[in-house]
Design a protein around this ligand. Structure first.
Ligand SMILES: Cc1ncc(COP(=O)(O)O)c(C=O)c1O
Length: 404
C-alpha cells in the first residue's frame, strides 16, 4: 500500500507541544527510518546512530531476524496476560537462567518496573528492614521506589518523601561502603557502570566489597544492568565480568529487541521467598517482546557479537584517549569499555551534542559535560572514527567562551 507523505516536522512538533504533557525536552530531530546503525530523518538526511534509542536497539534498526520474528508473532497473538501460558516467556527465561546462572526470572515492562520489583523482593528477603544503599549519581528510574534509589537531587526533591531510607555513597569508595552497611540495611543497589551518572565504571574490588558487606549483614546485593548489561561491555552480564554474583540483576532496554520488556534475574536465596500474588503485572512478559528478546539474545551470544564488541571497544578507547591528548584540555576524560563510553568535555555537552547532530551523529549526554555513546552492537568502525573527527572539528571551531 502506498504510504502517505511524511508530515512537516514543524506540524509534528506543534501537535506534540499542544497535546503531550511536558515531561520531555525533545531535540528537534525526526528520524523516520533506519537500517543497522543508520537513521534517516524526514528530509532524507542520513545519520550514524551512536545512541541506539538509549541503549535499546542492540542489533541496530530493522534487523532482518527481528523483522521476521515480529511478522511471525503478529500472526498469532499480541497479548495473553500472565493468567495463561505462552511459550516465548519460558524460552526466554530458560535462556536467561542458563546464561546468567541465576535460577529464576520475573518479567515486567520497563527498567523502572524491574527496579520496583527488585525493591519488593529485597523486602521479602529482609523483613522489617527498609534502609537501602545506592550511589551518588546513580540512576534507577522515576517511579517512587526507583526514584528513592536514584542519586540525583533534581529528580528527587519535588517528590519527597520517597520510599524507605536510602544512603547515597560515592562510587568506588570501599571504606564508605563498609561504614554504611549495618544490620538495618535491606539492600545495596549498584549500577556496575553508572550510565546517567556520566559513565563511571565500578571496580571489581568495589563489587567484591559490596558482596562481602551485603553478606556480613544478610542484605541483598542488586546489580542494575539495565543500561550496561546484555553485551554492551562485550560480556553478556557485567557481574560475570567483575566476578561477583548478585542476589538480583535488573535488565531492560535491549532485552525486548526494541519492545518494552523488563526483567529481574532472581538468585537462589530470594527466589523461593516470592509467592503467588506478591507481585505481578498485566502486560509483563508480552509474547512478542519475549520472542524478540530471544532472537536478540541468540544473535548476541550465538552470533558471536561479544568478541567484536570487546575488540571494537579496545580500539575505540585508544582512539578516544589519543583524541583527548590532542584536544588541549577540550576533552577532560574518557571512560567506559565495549560500546559504552563517556567523553567528558570542558564545556556544555548539550551544545556539542547539537553540533554533532548537525554533522550527522546522534549521541546522548549525561550530567552536564559528558557525551554518552551507546551505539548498536553492529556499529561499524568508520562511524566511530567519524564521530571522533567530527568532535575534534567542533571543539576546534566552537569559541570556548560561547559554550562553556
Ligand atoms: C541503569 C538504569 N536503571 C533504570 C533505568 C530506568 O529504565 P526505564 O527508563 O526503562 O524505566 C534506566 C533508564 O535509563 C537506567 O539506565
Amino acid at each position: 500500500m502506498p504510504q502517505p507523505p511524511p508530515e512537516a516536522p514543524s506540524l509534528v512538533e506543534k501537535r506534540d507541544a499542544d497535546n503531550i504533557l511536558g515531561t520531555y525536552k525533545r531535540t528537534p530531530f525526526h528520524p523516520l527510518s533506519g537500517k543497522g546503525a543508520k537513521l534517516v530523518d524526514a528530509d532524507g538526511k542520513v545519520y550514524w546512530d551512536l545512541l541506539a534509542g538509549i541503549a535499546v536497539n542492540a542489533l541496530g534498526h530493522r534487523h532482518p531476524r527481528l523483522v521476521k520474528a515480529l511478522r511471525e508473532e503478529a500472526n498469532h497473538l499480541l497479548h495473553v496476560s500472565n493468567l495463561f501460558f505462552h511459550p516465548a516467556q519460558g524460552l526466554l527465561a530458560e535462556r536467561l537462567t542458563q546464561l546468567s546462572g541465576l535460577p529464576r526470572v520475573f518479567f515486567c515492562n520497563s527498567g523502572t518496573e524491574a527496579i520496583e520489583a527488585a525493591v519488593k523482593f529485597t523486602r521479602l528477603a529482609a523483613p522489617g528492614r527498609s534502609r537501602m544503599i545506592a550511589l551518588e549519581g546513580g540512576f534507577h528510574g522515576r517511579t517512587m521506589g526507583a526514584l528513592a534509589l536514584t542519586g540525583n537531587e533534581d529528580y528527587r526533591t519535588p517528590f519527597l518523601p520517597l520510599v524507605g531510607e536510602t544512603i547515597f555513597l560515592p562510587a568506588n569508595d570501599i571504606a564508605a561502603l563498609e561504614r554504611a552497611v549495618t544490620p538495618d540495611t535491606a539492600a545495596i543497589f549498584l549500577e556496575p557502570i553508572l550510565g546517567e551518572g556520566g559513565i563511571v565504571p565500578l571496580t571489581a574490588e568495589y563489587a567484591r566489597a559490596a558482596r562481602a558487606a551485603a553478606d556480613r549483614v544478610g542484605a541483598a546485593l542488586v546489580f542494575d544492568e539495565i543500561q550496561s548489561g546484555l553485551g554492551r561491555t562485550g560480556h553478556l552480564f557485567v557481574f560475570q565480568e567483575l566476578g561477583v554474583v548478585p542476589d538480583l540483576v535488573t535488565l531492560a532496554k535491549p532485552v525486548g529487541g526494541g519492545l518494552p520488556l523488563g526483567v529481574v534475574l532472581v538468585g537462589a536465596r530470594i527466589a523461593p521467598l516470592v509467592k503467588p500474588g506478591q507481585h505481578g503485572t498485566t502486560f509483563g512478559g508480552n509474547p512478542i517482546a519475549c520472542r524478540l528478546g530471544l532472537e536478540t539474545l541468540s544473535e548476541i551470544v550465538d552470533g558471536g557479537l561479544l568478541e567484536g564488541i570487546r575488540e571494537t571497544g579496545e580500539w575505540f578507547g585508544k582512539k578516544l584517549r589519543n583524541a583527548k591528548k590532542r584536544s588541549k584540555g577540550g576533552i577532560v576524560d574518557v571512560r567506559g569499555r565495549g560500546l559504552m563510553w563517556g567523553v567528558e568535555l570542558s564545556r556544555d555537552a548539550a551544545e556539542v551534542q547539537k553540533a554533532l547532530l548537525a554533522k550527522g551523529f546522534v549521541v546522548g549526554t549525561s550530567r552536564t559535560k559528558v557525551l554518552r555513546l551507546l551505539p548498536p552492537y553492529v556499529v561499524p568502525r568508520p562511524a566511530l572514527s567519524g564521530f571522533i573527527k567530527a568532535l575534534e572539528e567542533i571543539l576546534r571551531e566552537a569559541p570556548k567562551e560561547k559554550v562553556s
